[in-house]
Design a protein around this ligand. Structure first.
Ligand SMILES: NC(=O)c1ccc[n+]([C@@H]2O[C@H](COP(=O)([O-])OP(=O)(O)OC[C@H]3O[C@@H](n4cnc5c(N)ncnc54)[C@H](O)[C@@H]3O)[C@@H](O)[C@H]2O)c1
Ligand SMILES: NC(=O)c1ccc[n+]([C@@H]2O[C@H](COP(=O)([O-])OP(=O)(O)OC[C@H]3O[C@@H](n4cnc5c(N)ncnc54)[C@H](O)[C@@H]3O)[C@@H](O)[C@H]2O)c1
Lengths: 201, 201
């Protein structure tokens, strides 16, 4: 299949192309996409080959057609649902952000161990006590987890989610997770990224 | 110098080792660090070589000594200051999180174009109108920027920060930034990470 780094770049290209459609641009060359995406025309052409798309060298790529083609890659994943665990500072920022957008996957449930937070709804997303995690994930067919709990709880909550039916986790806790080989895990370590930027400047 | 990926891993090792000190662990082998960090013993040994550190194969690494050695790498960057621009959902989550920790770099100023947000303080961090960005960055000697503004404002705010004296930026806006070669930029694209995890699971 398509490598992870290619998928990330295709998502970026699609976002840049959507911006162009709004400006009425109909055609674009690979070097123009590359300039906006801060990479090379050759990289853009290679990425589009990964989804079997080649342009007309004279005119370039038809923006609408290219967006449709990138969307095709995500077609079979259209209705995926996500759960967020840990309705704290970061969790609330993420729920507030994604509530405004028709982003995929849709965040359909949020959980917290604090009874005051694990009830009602936040930014339109139903909130549940963490004790209900297994049954809600199974009931709603949730396959993606967003982990915004403190580091000490990251592993036990992960174990719970994977048993309940989640297959992919985006982890914001600053601790590496132990997961089975079939699980898809990506980490966002904000503190480390910040320290790294500071180190090099 | 030390490559960026190595710096990220050394920051992670230090965090894991600090956790061990709290548990009273005095020595650790490279394979034990690797197991916690989800990588290989060879990778750990290579990373520690980058800071000129070798252990005693029989006993392993002395945890306290190793932490001091990793800290030495960051020594000359001890007093760096950071500014956050865009005191919205994500900006407030970041200010709230770092206020509690003696994290480096210290976030010493926050800015917003909304007059209601660009005043007073949030989580102990002084807040200013974005018009004051250039003067505050120059006055306080701020070298790191955290960008949590909407995508449309990311580039103009970046230009402003770099002119004022910032040399490194952690960008949360979902848009690639154009910066001079000397600037250090890292991006955190939460929406793309989430879409990628969903794609593969
Ligand atoms: N806020 C940031 O900008 C930021 C920056 C870097 C890293 N992080 C990491 O992101 C995670 C969340 O950070 P935060 O600032 O939102 O913390 P927070 O303390 O504000 O929120 C954590 C939430 O998780 C809930 N929780 C705790 N244990 C739980 C459990 N077992 N099951 C379900 N919910 C549980 C708490 O009740 C709380 O609502 C942490 O791991 C933190 O290290 C956050
Ligand atoms: N909240 C999230 O979890 C999340 C997820 C993915 C991406 N992002 C990205 O992070 C950024 C911030 O997102 P958010 O959810 O906090 O948005 P937000 O709208 O809640 O906050 C943005 C803040 O920036 C301020 N602002 C706007 N223009 C400015 C300017 N020129 N100078 C200074 N301040 C300015 C606004 O007044 C507001 O306070 C956006 O680029 C967004 O796409 C956020």
């Amino acid at each position: 299949g398509v490598p992870a780094r290619t998928v990330e770049r295709l998502v970026l290209y699609r976002r840049l192309l959507n911006g162009l459609t709004e400006q009425g641009v109909e055609f674009i060359h690979s070097h123009e996409i590359a300039e906006k995406a801060n990479n090379s025309a050759a990289q853009v052409r290679r990425d589009l080959m990964a989804i079997g798309y080649t342009g007309n060298p004279a005119r370039g790529y038809a923006v609408n057609d290219l967006v449709r083609s990138i969307n095709g890659l995500f077609e079979q994943k259209r209705d995926q649902k996500a759960a967020l665990v840990g309705i704290g500072k970061l969790g609330r920022a993420i729920l507030g952000y994604f509530a405004l957008r028709q982003a995929r996957p849709r965040i359909v449930a949020a959980f917290d161990s604090d009874p005051a937070k694990g009830q009602g709804e936040f930014a339109g997303c139903p909130c549940y006590p963490v004790d209900a995690l297994t049954s809600v994930i199974a009931r709603d067919g949730i396959t993606v987890g967003i982990l915004t709990v403190p580091a000490d709880f990251a592993q036990p909550v992960t174990d719970l989610m994977l048993v309940a039916g989640v297959r992919g986790i985006l982890n914001f806790a600053p601790t590496p997770l132990k997961t089975p080989a079939w699980a898809v895990v990506d980490n966002v370590d904000i503190a480390t990224k910040l320290e790294k930027v500071a180190f090099f400047c």
